[in-house]
Write a protein of this length. Structure first.
Length: 247
């Protein structure tokens, strides 16, 4: 309305006389002009609103694509991180399982009288192999989202390394002709130390950070419960083995 008032209509006396001669009402002309001005203002306002609406749509679309790009980058970064952790854990576990197979075979060969320790070692390895399989397969599956690829990697790096270590131990015994138990004592001590170091690195650098990173509401309670449950299972297993061997 202010826009219409600011545009006043001025005509000369000759134009006024011409309008009166042709029976044209000046008030009607002024009203028509103001009405047209109002329509022009409404059209301009509508066009401005449409322009703002288009700009808002473009901004919303741009923000949507930016969020999608950030989500894709975060997912890619997390996928690479999971794959690196899974691969490092798989390689470390496969190396120490290679030594485990060598250790179990050589202990049972050179120390047949110490069946208690051999049996405890065998059961302990069988129990914690489940946890090692989970430690290998879960990060790789979270990175690849492929069950068969995860199964093959876990089988090759986790499942076949221990029998291969036993085969290497057998070949070392046959080809090396190791008859002296003194030499084997040194080898067992070195092998056990290497295995312990590998397991500690896997636990503190691989398993615990993953468990801490993928935590939920009850993560601290579940993490503590899992740690103490694992210790309790190993203590119970060793106790049952001791009772069985005494009987």
């Amino acid at each position: 309305m202010d826009h219409c008032q600011s545009q006043s209509v001025f005509i000369t006396n000759e134009e006024q006389h011409l309008l009166e001669t042709n029976n044209v009402n000046f008030a009607e002309v002024t009203s028509t002009f103001e009405y047209n001005s109002l329509d022009i203002g409404a059209i301009s306002s509508s066009q401005s609103k449409q322009t703002l609406h288009i700009a808002d749509d473009e901004a919303t679309t741009s923000n949507h694509y930016q969020r999608k790009i950030l989500e894709r980058e975060n997912n890619t970064k997390k996928t690479i991180e999971y794959f690196n952790v899974g691969l490092a854990t798989a390689i470390s576990i496969s190396l120490h399982k290679l030594l485990e197979g060598f250790l179990v075979l050589t202990i049972s060969t050179f120390y047949p009288s110490d069946s208690h320790f051999s049996f405890i070692l065998f059961v302990a390895l069988a129990v914690h192999n489940f946890a090692e399989g989970v430690a290998i397969s879960v990060p790789i599956y979270m990175a690849s989202k492929n069950m068969w690829k995860t199964f093959l990697v876990s089988l090759l790096l986790g499942g076949l390394s221990q029998p291969l270590g036993g085969l290497l131990g057998y070949l070392a015994i046959i080809l090396g002709n190791w008859k002296t138990t003194g030499i084997m004592d040194d080898i067992f001590g070195i092998t056990l130390s290497i295995i312990c170091g590998m397991m500690l690195w896997i636990v503190f650098d691989g398993m615990l950070p993953i468990a801490q990173e993928n935590r939920g509401i009850y993560s601290k309670r579940i993490l503590s419960t899992g740690l103490f449950s694992g210790v309790a299972v190993m203590i119970l297993t060793e106790t049952l083995i001791i009772i069985a061997t005494k009987e």
